[in-house]
Design a protein around this ligand. Structure first.
Ligand code: HEM
Length: 425
């Protein structure tokens, strides 16, 4: 049951949020505001939530005192003690896999791994993909057009980024959907705070999907070995041939596939939802589709697909007077930073013409800044531009869309839309 605002303590609200209670997830913006105002560094379970923009940026740039690591390493000791030996072994497999993620790496290892993808995802290389992305967008919109209503998430929002990242990685068509489904099965481990505290809930299934992902990316890599393929696949195959650890390569492919489509899917779904629930903003975009890149920045700020990222303390320090011990888990609330009134004017207002949106931290900050930022910006802008050009009468069919139960991700499970007439390409 939703507590009234006055009676609920901050502790209770944050606990409900961390436990994925539906009302608290829907009300996360107000909870973030309370955190920023009342307790900008706040302990929940074994994690410290950091909610203010400046503090989050400081932590992200502080490599002396803070490091990246496998998210599932943050499981509290009392939860670990409850796990059976079999459950513990499954969790270890997941931690070992996550430990190899680019987002978990530090220093030289991070720079080396990241260098395998920097050129391919650089803004200049991405600009060269514009025509192809526009072609994919319009093909997908044409496929949707004959239907009067569509489920936008499965019909478009994940298909577009999955197709684009699959072309970059040279993933055969028949391998794409299974990879997407396997990633979906790994999602319990991406629910954020709840995953670590509610274990072993969902562990068996998440573990099976982690292991299946490993097999699938290995068969992809082997399939492309010796064949002419795309630049990044060639780099990855060459790295393996030069003696790089195969698991590092497999994990890099997995993170490119998953980060390469989940978050952009959420950007598109959240964006269309925000625009249609603020019809005057949708009308502005339809009047001037050239506003699409600015709309993307505002969507990233207002409904950031990655609501939080995680770090571990490397030494002892204090943050806003709160002591932080070595190995302390930190949850950096990007979604809160992006609504911080010390940076954004009138932060709770969705306005695609605002001039301060680009200060958002939706792609993180520092050396781990999103590798796919230029790609997702371009996919988002082209998709919104052509949706507005072709379907200006777009509207929500269902005003209670289903959100993914997660503190970490903000995204829709389904979004039903009425398209209206197609104005054509
Ligand atoms: C709207 C879309 C996207 C959002 C909101 C987003 C968000 C983020 C964030 C917040 C980080 C920083 C993680 C950290 O510091 O711990 C990150 C890193 C990363 N993103 Fe994205 N991302 C998006 C799209 C993409 C795409 C399309 C790709 C595909 C290439 C991608 C690949 C990556 C990779 C590989 C990293 C790790 C970078 C590193 O650790 O050096 N992302 N992303």
């Amino acid at each position: 049951m939703t507590p009234s605002v006055t009676e609920a303590s901050l502790e209770r609200e944050v606990a409900a949020y961390a436990a994925l209670e539906t009302w608290a997830l829907a009300d996360r913006w107000r909870i973030y505001m309370r955190l920023r105002q009342e307790a900008p560094v706040f302990a929940v379970g074994n994690s410290l939530l950091v909610s203010r923009y400046d503090d989050i940026c400081d932590v992200l740039l502080d490599h002396d005192r803070v490091r990246n690591g496998a998210p599932s390493r943050g499981v509290p000791s009392d939860v670990l003690e409850r796990l059976t030996r079999h459950e513990r072994a499954m969790l270890d497999d997941i931690v070992n896999w996550e430990e190899r993620w680019l987002t978990s790496a530090n220093g030289v290892r991070h720079a080396d791994l990241r260098s395998l993808g920097t050129r391919v995802f650089a803004p200049r290389a991405i600009r060269e993909m514009r025509d192809r992305i526009q072609e994919i967008v319009n093909e997908m919109l044409s496929r949707m057009a004959p239907r009067s209503t569509v489920e936008f998430i499965s019909g478009f929002a994940y298909q577009l980024p999955l197709t684009v990242i699959s072309e970059i990685l040279d993933i055969p068509v028949e391998m794409r959907q299974p990879l997407h489904e396997t990633w979906r099965g790994m999602m319990p481990a991406r629910t954020g705070l709840a995953w670590r505290t509610q274990l072993p809930l969902g562990l068996e299934s998440a573990h099976a999907h982690f292991m299946s992902m490993k097999r699938q990316v290995k068969s992809l890599l082997d399939f492309r070995d010796g064949a002419q393929t795309t630049e990044i696949m060639t780099n990855l195959l060459a790295a393996r041939a030069d003696g790089a650890d195969e698991d590092d390569i497999l994990v890099l492919i997995q993170i490119l596939v998953s980060a390469g489509h989940q978050t952009t899917e959420d950007l598109l779904g959240n964006g269309v939802h925000a625009l249609l629930t603020h019809p005057e903003q949708w009308d502005r975009l339809c009047e001037d589709p050239g506003l699409a890149p600015a709309a993307v920045e505002e969507i990233l700020r207002y409904s950031s697909p990655s609501q939080d990222i995680e770090r571990f303390a490397d030494s002892q320090f204090t943050l806003r007077g709160v002591p932080v011990d070595p190995d302390q888990h930190l949850t950096l609330l990007l979604g809160s930073a992006n609504r911080d009134s010390s940076v954004f004017r009138d932060p709770e207002t969705f306005d695609i013409t605002r001039d301060d949106a680009k200060a958002h931290v939706a792609f993180g900050r520092g050396p781990h800044f999103c590798l796919g930022a230029a790609l997702s910006r371009m996919e988002g802008a082209i998709a919104l531009e052509w949706l507005a050009r072709r379907f200006p009468n777009l509207r929500l069919v269902d005003d209670t869309p289903r959100w993914i139960p997660s503190t970490h991700l903000l995204g829709l499970e389904a979004l039903h839309l009425a398209l209206g007439p197609d104005r054509g390409v």
